[in-house]
Design a protein around this ligand. Structure first.
Ligand code: T5A
Length: 218
């Protein structure tokens, strides 16, 4: 039995950009539009990936994970997620909504840590096998605002302990990536009040659904 391939939507952004909040709204809107959606996150999303996430974000390992190790662990979790969750769901005609995907590695490990982009692209070719999101929402906001939100929410994880200039490089890498792939990316001003952010997200999704012939979210 063959099904039309599902669509792959990802959410990206710096710390405290509001991805979790937006993800819940997108999930509800897609369900209301009758879309069968699988929701996941990176790093993580599978039992093995969640175990790797625990290592990556453990603040006790601060200073104990080399940039190369971090990059490989991100892609190790991704290899499992693609094979166990994303590719099978899309092949079965289901949609996948993911809190982060490969763009995060370009932004954090490339922009933030200075890992060569060709190295990341090589891992992407191997691990993701050409799988690209159909739509990526980049929640963009000044680093200081995002960090204040994230830090107001609880103890910092290993990556949140980085200095502000690390996150400035992450933000610039995300913005450059969005500018270089305008057909896939939609940039959302995440510094606005939540109502305004969600209004813009609804608009982006409605436009995307209309382009798929799947109806319009109101
Ligand atoms: N990572 C990940 C890499 O380095 N490389 C990779 O390849 C991948 C995949 C984990 C970390 O891993 C790194 C990036 C991360 O450092 P994560 O789980 O996505 O990734 O972690 P965070 O980005 O840290 O996610 P957060 O939970 O901090 O941020 P969210 O989900 O963007 O923010 P959210 O929704 O929890 O909101 C934060 C707070 O702000 C409020 C919310 O109520 C909440 O309290 N808020 C707003 N307040 C005012 N106005 C708004 N518009 C608001 N929107 C949300």
């Amino acid at each position: 039995m063959s099904a039309t391939r599902g669509k792959f939507i990802t959410l990206e952004g710096g710390e405290g950009a509001g991805k979790s909040t937006v993800l819940n709204t997108l999930r509800e809107l897609l369900a209301a539009a009758g879309v069968d959606v699988v929701v996941t996150r990176e790093p993580g999303g599978t039992p093995a990936g969640e175990a790797i996430r625990g290592v990556l974000l453990d603040p006790a390992l601060r200073g104990g994970i080399a940039p190369e190790t971090e990059l490989l662990l991100m892609f190790a979790a991704r290899a499992q997620l693609v094979r166990e969750t994303v590719a099978p769901a899309l092949a079965a005609g289901r949609w996948v909504l993911s809190d982060r995907f490969t763009d995060a590695s370009y932004a954090y490990q490339g922009g933030g840590r200075g890992q060569p982009l060709e190295r990341i692209a090589g891992l992407e070719r191997w691990v993701a096998e050409g799988l690209q999101p159909d739509l990526t929402l980049l929640l963009d906001l000044p680093v200081g605002i995002g960090l204040a939100r994230a830090r107001g929410r609880g103890p910092a994880d290993r990556i949140e302990l980085e200095a502000q200039d690390f996150f400035e490089r992450v933000r610039e890498a995300y913005r450059a990536r969005a500018a270089s792939q305008p057909a896939r990316f939609r940039v959302v001003d995440a510094s606005q009040p939540l109502d305004a952010v969600l209004e813009r997200v609804r608009g982006v999704l409605a436009e995307f659904l209309a382009a798929q012939g799947s109806g319009v979210v109101s």
